[in-house]
Structure formats: structure tokens, C-alpha cells
Design a protein around this ligand. Structure first.
Ligand code: MG
Length: 217
């Protein structure tokens, strides 16, 4: 029986890929990007650079700021000093934040799950996770936020899920983990004996609202 929910944030409750794509297209308009003829190519390059350098940040190879600068320099393929790279990233970040939005169905999902404690389990940077939840007005739904800063390890390490369950005062088999990334969210939670729901947007039966049944009238 489920007594609490562990919930991923990006692309589970918040449409992060869309926000990132809009902001990357803004970069394509503002700057000449060598080797990219279309905004889609810019988005594709930015996505690869983001995944690569975010992993290096999470591995401790780069600071948060350094991974941002690497992404900017990699996209623009130019020698930019730190101040110039920071300025480009600040413009991107502003567009990214301006376009944060909820995944369709999230408001109803939060209504349906309100009877049990919920904790966010995200690999995002802690202060940004807070800003996203606050900006979208859903912060109050969660009893806690768990990020690698709290658990000392990122997903898919099982420790971060155990840390979240402990915060809820629950054993793993009493938790339902909901997320969009099979390898990061679902496989490790499943290996701990948690119930899981894999969100696959655009797929019937796998949307966020399919994770929990409707409330009785
Ligand atoms: Mg996610």
C-alpha cells in the first residue's frame, strides 16, 4: 500500500525540455552559431552540451558556473572570457525562466495526490528547484525537496531515494516513485522495492494523470 509519493520534477511536473528549447532558440536568434543552419540544430547542440556538462558538474569535475560557461563556449564555438560567457548565459537563463510551465495535468495530479505526503526528488540544482516550484505556485504541495546537495549523490544512486523515503518516515515498499526517466527514476526505485510509475508524455496510459486514479466524487 502506498503511503507517500516521490516525484521527479523536470519533464514530469514541469515542461523543462520545452523551456530549454525556447531559450536555445532565443540564443539562435541573438548569436551566429557556426555549423548550425536551423534553430533545431542549435537546440540539438545545446541539448548535447547541457547533458554532457551537467554530468561533469554532478561528477564534481566542473563547478555550476564552469559548466554554464562550457555550454556557452561550446555552442558559440568562440573564445569568450568568463564575463562574456556569463553574460550570454544570463540572457539564456532569463528566457529559460520566463518560459517555465507545468506539464498538462499537473494541477489535477497534485489535487489527486494531496491526501498523502509528497517529496520532490530531483537532480536539479537545489536553489533552482526551489525557484521553479515557487514561480509556478506549487511549492506548498511538497513536504520536502531532495537533490544531490541533500543526499550527497545524484539519481540513479539508490541513496537519494532512500533519503527521500526516510524524510517521509516510510519504508521503500510504502512509496510510489513517479518520473519520466526510466534509468534515473524508475529502475533504481524499483530495485529498492518501491512502486513506480514511468511517465511517457504523449503516450496513452503513461501521462502524469495516469499515475493515480481520480478522486472519488
Ligand atoms: Mg525528469
Amino acid at each position: 500500500m502506498v503511503h507517500g509519493y516521490l516525484i521527479d520534477l523536470d519533464d514530469t511536473l514541469i515542461d523543462d525540455t520545452w523551456s530549454m528549447e525556447v531559450a536555445a532558440k532565443w540564443l539562435a536568434v541573438k548569436f551566429a552559431i557556426p555549423g548550425c543552419d536551423t534553430s533545431e540544430q542549435v537546440v540539438a547542440r545545446w541539448t548535447v552540451l547541457t547533458q554532457l556538462n551537467w554530468c561533469r558538474f554532478r561528477n564534481g569535475e566542473l563547478s555550476l558556473r564552469e559548466q554554464r560557461r562550457k555550454r556557452v563556449r561550446g555552442l558559440l564555438q568562440r573564445e569568450l572570457n568568463d564575463g562574456e560567457a556569463d553574460e550570454v548565459f544570463a540572457g539564456y537563463a532569463s528566457e529559460y525562466q520566463r518560459n517555465w510551465r507545468l506539464v498538462p495535468g499537473t494541477t489535477e495530479f497534485l489535487r489527486r495526490t494531496a491526501t498523502l505526503p509528497r517529496v520532490i526528488v530531483s537532480n536539479g540544482e537545489r536553489s533552482q528547484v526551489h525557484r521553479k516550484l515557487t514561480a509556478l505556485g506549487i511549492h506548498h504541495h511538497f513536504v520536502a525537496i531532495v537533490t544531490p546537495e541533500d543526499a550527497e549523490v545524484p539519481k540513479p544512486n539508490a541513496k537519494i531515494f532512500l533519503h527521500a523515503a526516510e524524510l517521509l518516515g516510510l519504508r521503500p515498499h510504502q512509496c510510489l516513485m513517479i518520473g519520466d526517466d526510466y534509468e534515473a527514476d524508475i529502475r533504481p526505485a524499483d530495485s529498492l522495492g518501491m512502486s513506480t510509475f514511468h511517465v511517457v508524455r504523449g503516450t496513452a496510459g503513461r501521462e502524469i494523470l495516469d499515475a493515480v486514479p481520480p478522486c472519488p466524487e
